[in-house]
Write a protein that binds this ligand. Structure first.
Ligand code: PLP
Length: 384
């Protein structure tokens, strides 16, 4: 497959990130040299491969501030969520689980299945129009006697960041089990205090410039239930785990640089678009969102028309990768109670480590030209 043309701006880093070339080089080296089975501890080559896994564990542990022994590798963040909830499921009682309605579909689907099968009763937390958690609803849920809190650290559509440390502190004091989905927040906000506080923490390599097909579940209590849930996992994917480890190190050591690079490009994009499309609306919690995230609505410009027109020039989306393509209105924007016309015209954009100013300027020009063409207003600013 050829590289994408230079006239293509990749602004869909919420869906996935390009693999960092340093990670690719590391993975190629591992494929060449660390090919032994890491479970073959009888010989040197097997022990070397096992060491790659141990090192990756240490890097991931440092990223989120947890002990390395707590880290288990999974096929993805979705798999990690599934395994965590499988560990928690009990046969003889119904767990009362608090959750926000704008969680990732991987979380919501599993929780709804548990509820349907009679293993869980879901307590819905309230969110505001910026996608923020209304914290009083968590207090109310806790007062009603919940067993577990499942919460994302940052939202994958609008980029809103959640007060995870406060929620974890409150839950730990009350003895409530916690499952934190840090898939979008990792590498974008500092999570170094979160790993030690959460019972379960979920990560995915492909959101932090690592390979696809590898995630992690950080588990509070290594023990019997873990062995049961992970027993069919087979031989570890050493190159992917090693790549994940390096991606975690790059994310940790470059965090501040990346935050400033991304937020300045995101702000340039936001400002440039508002200048061209003065009626454009920025969704999410503007004061408290992921540094690379820009979620907009361009009233009267249907998002499917926009994507059809410029999808060959800009990677952008109308919702999460799982929902986009399904042509269903975003459950996140619904949960935020946005007006229907803002939902219909919503676009998710996200910059990344390798995005350039030239790509941003190209995106501003392309999106605003397309909006004017769709609305039939040519050659002047579009007051949406
Ligand atoms: N959780 C969140 C918040 C996500 O954004 C995603 C992916 O978009 C997932 C979970 C699922 O990640 P994976 O693709 O590794 O299963």
């Amino acid at each position: 497959m050829k590289p994408l043309s230079t006239q293509f701006a990749y602004l869909d880093h919420h869906a996935t990130t390009p693999v960092d070339h340093r990670v690719i080089d590391e993975m190629i080296e591992l494929m060449k040299h660390a090919y032994a089975n890491p479970n073959s501890v009888d010989h040197l080559a097997g022990r070397d491969a096992a060491r790659v896994i141990d090192n990756a564990r240490s890097e991931i542990a440092e990223l989120v501030g947890s002990a390395a022994e707590r880290i288990r590798f999974t096929a993805s963040a979705s798999d990690a969520i599934h395994k965590a909830l499988t560990m928690e499921r009990q046969d003889d009682r119904v767990l009362k689980i608090a959750v926000m309605p704008l969680e990732h579909p991987a979380m919501l689907r599993m929780l709804k299945n548990l509820q349907q099968d009679g293993h869980a009763q879901l307590v819905w937390l309230e969110v505001g129009s910026r996608g923020q958690l209304l914290f009083e609803s968590l207090h109310r849920a806790m007062a009603s006697g919940i067993d577990m809190l499942c919460m994302m650290a940052a939202n994958n559509e609008v980029g809103t960041i959640y007060p995870i440390e406060e929620a974890l502190a409150a839950c730990n004091e009350a003895g409530i089990t916690t499952l934190i989905d840090a898939t979008q927040a990792a590498g974008r906000v500092d999570l170094s205090n979160v790993g030690a506080l959460a019972d379960y923490l979920v990560l995915s390599a492909h959101k932090i410039y690592g390979p696809k097909g590898i995630g992690a579940l950080i588990v509070r209590e290594p023990g019997h239930r873990i062995d049961t849930v992970f027993q069919y996992d087979g031989t570890p994917n050493v190159p992917a785990i090693g790549g994940f480890g390096l991606a975690a190190r790059l994310a940790r050591t470059g965090l501040e640089r990346e935050q400033s690079h991304c937020s300045s490009l995101r702000d340039r994009l936001e400002k440039g678009l508002i200048d061209q499309l003065p009626g454009m609306i920025v969704n999410g919690d503007i004061e408290n969102r992921l540094p690379h995230s820009l979620h907009i609505s361009i009233p009267d410009i249907p998002n499917d028309a926009m994507v059809a027109r410029i999808g060959h020039q800009i990677a952008l989306s109308t919702g999460s990768a799982c929902a986009s393509g399904a042509q269903e209105p975003s459950h996140v924007l619904r949960a935020m109670s946005l007006p229907e016309e803002h939902i219909d015209s919503a676009l998710r954009l996200s910059v990344g480590r390798f995005t350039t100013e030239a790509e941003i300027d190209f995106a501003i020009e392309t999106i605003s030209f397309a909006a004017r063409s769709i609305s039939g207003v040519q050659g002047e600013k579009l007051a949406c």
